[in-house]
Design a protein around this ligand. Structure first.
Ligand SMILES: [Cu+2]
Length: 210
């Protein structure tokens, strides 16, 4: 990286360029290296720093929900707030009737059983269910009920969930997924509210849905 060092040194007179700190010759370590990279980009006439889309939206995620045949039946969006995650779900082809709807612990959706999604997302080892002492799983969500045409949109606050911050983040090493069940969650039975089989699933992915 001798060449990089040389370029960085040459633009030292541009102290404060674009509001960023330019490394002094005595700088060492990670910050200095990063600054040199930025300086190089500037010297090459490139945009100063172009973070990936996910870095621009660190607290948003989405999941495209598909049934066992692979057909998309809805899209769920997640947004971090200081009070939990706002979950916005737009179903376009949900089978009519009531359904449990949870965030599960693993970001893997293998039809037709979707067992690959694991159990409920539960980083704090709680009991399942809003109606239970010691409840609820961070990934528990209220039931959703679809009319005959399968179109339903809901917003709900998941107060114990996080997209990208802290111990309750869905975007952890093994990710997370959204699972829709064939029946409703009774908010009581362990470990999953007696909600029947898994009928649709979507992997939680960083950033908003396109
Ligand atoms: Cu579930």
């Amino acid at each position: 990286m001798e060449q990089a060092r040389a370029v960085a040194c040459r633009i030292h007179p541009m102290e404060g360029h674009a509001g960023r700190r330019v490394p002094l010759p005595s700088d060492e370590g990670g910050i200095a290296k990063r600054s040199r990279t930025i300086a190089l980009a500037a010297a090459a006439g490139l945009a100063l720093f172009v973070p990936a889309a996910r870095a621009a939206d660190p607290g948003t995620a989405h999941a495209r929900i598909a049934d066992a045949s692979g057909k998309e039946i809805g899209v769920v969006q997640f947004r971090d707030t200081p009070n939990g995650v706002i979950v916005h779900a737009e179903f376009t082809a949900l089978p009519p009737g009531g359904h449990a709807f949870h965030v599960h612990a693993v970001g893997k959706c293998e039809p037709p059983t979707f067992d690959s999604a694991g159990g409920h997302f539960d980083p704090e080892n709680h009991q399942h269910g809003f109606a239970v002492d010691g409840g609820w799983h961070a990934g528990d969500l209220p039931n959703v009920t679809a009319p005959a045409d399968g179109k339903v949109t809901i917003d709900v606050l998941a107060a114990e969930l996080s997209v990208a911050d802290g111990d309750k983040k869905m975007l952890d090493a093994d990710g997370a997924s959204v699972v829709v069940h064939e029946a409703v969650d009774d908010y009581t039975a362990q470990p999953a509210g007696n909600a029947g089989k898994r009928i649709a699933c979507g992997v939680v992915q960083a950033g908003p849905a396109k």
